[in-house]
Design a protein around this ligand. Sequence first.
Ligand code: PLP
Length: 396
Amino acid sequence: MNDDTQNYRLATHGVRTGQQRTHEGEHSEAIFPTSSYVFESAAHAAARFQGDEPGNIYSRFTNPTVRTFEERLAALEGGERCVATSSGMSAILSTCLGILKSGDHIVSSRSIFGTTSVLFNNYLAKLGISTTFVSLTDPDAWEAAITPQTRLLFLETPSNPLTEIADIQVLADIAHRHDALLVVDNCFCTPILQRPFEFGADIVVHSATKYLDGQGRCIGGAVVGSDEVVGTDVYGFLRTAGPTMSPFNAWVFLKGLETLAVRMPAHTQRAGELATWLEQQSGVKRVYYPGLASHPQYALSAQQQNGAGGLLSFELDAGKEAAWRFIDATRMISITANLGDAKTTVTHPATTTHGRLSDQERATAGISDGLIRIAVGLEDVEDLRDDFQRGLDALA
Ligand SMILES: *Cc1c(COP(=O)(O)O)cnc(C)c1O
């Protein structure tokens, strides 16, 4: 990167960073759908393979479109290095298997993406990597769970669906006192609303499938961090094991990054208006949204984030029947568990994303039968309110 590029502000990084025009002078980034690359001579090939000369070799680990995405996201997060992966889950898997060995231990927030818990409990456990789950918002519990074998602390903030906020700086300090690394899944905020490295996080992982794409098209992920850990350990795993992002998907995500700085405040604006409105409606017991003064960590969220984000939840006075009636009475918003899309989505966590938990586990997690999660999209907020009103009318 030249000096200009390093000084870009976030929105400019999202639009400009990482592009290298070819001799064709294309304005939009090129897609390079090629599995391998040719060399000028046998000696040239040998130099590339031995790492004496940088350059493309094989698209499992070197592809120009994927590299442009990686450089752009690394710049947005403020990390030295980014490694793009085939999905958010393979970003988390690559982080764990690149860094950890049998006998190592993870301390993880209990309020994480369900499949991440399954990865830790069922698959890493099989390899002798154990995990202790603790409350996202209780730093003493994190500290108490750490053992001499603990290498990683793992969290998402805000949590989904209850939007609890972790104090990243406090947990980073705890991690570093014990020679462990703090990994933050920054899927819900994206670097536009939260930059975990500024608060001491060591690694940021993403499901690019969500807001980075922003229009619900492709599956992908990314790991961002230092040259040493991400550029060596995580990249080493990725180039060997091969959970690689395709050039086409990298190109779609590049286009997503170009509009990210415009979209995230737009999601936040709509979610904030709807959360405020919902809080005033009868039949609604409680609204969970970090941008509301009633949120227990309103102040922390305001200090750590540049906006409360697009995700909100609310609890109806009545239980499952009421929640389902609300959902079925809406006509525009999409009934689906995905999020981070221009299209607003509605989910009933107790019977979908958290449906496999026991009643007891669901109660511990705070997922009541009357809870509804909304990932607010980019439609006009008046139309969204009209649709929510249909849901509330159906409760009467
Ligand atoms: C969706 C999601 C993932 C997994 O990402 P995929 O791209 O679906 O593999 C991980 N973490 C969070 C917070 C997610 O929402």
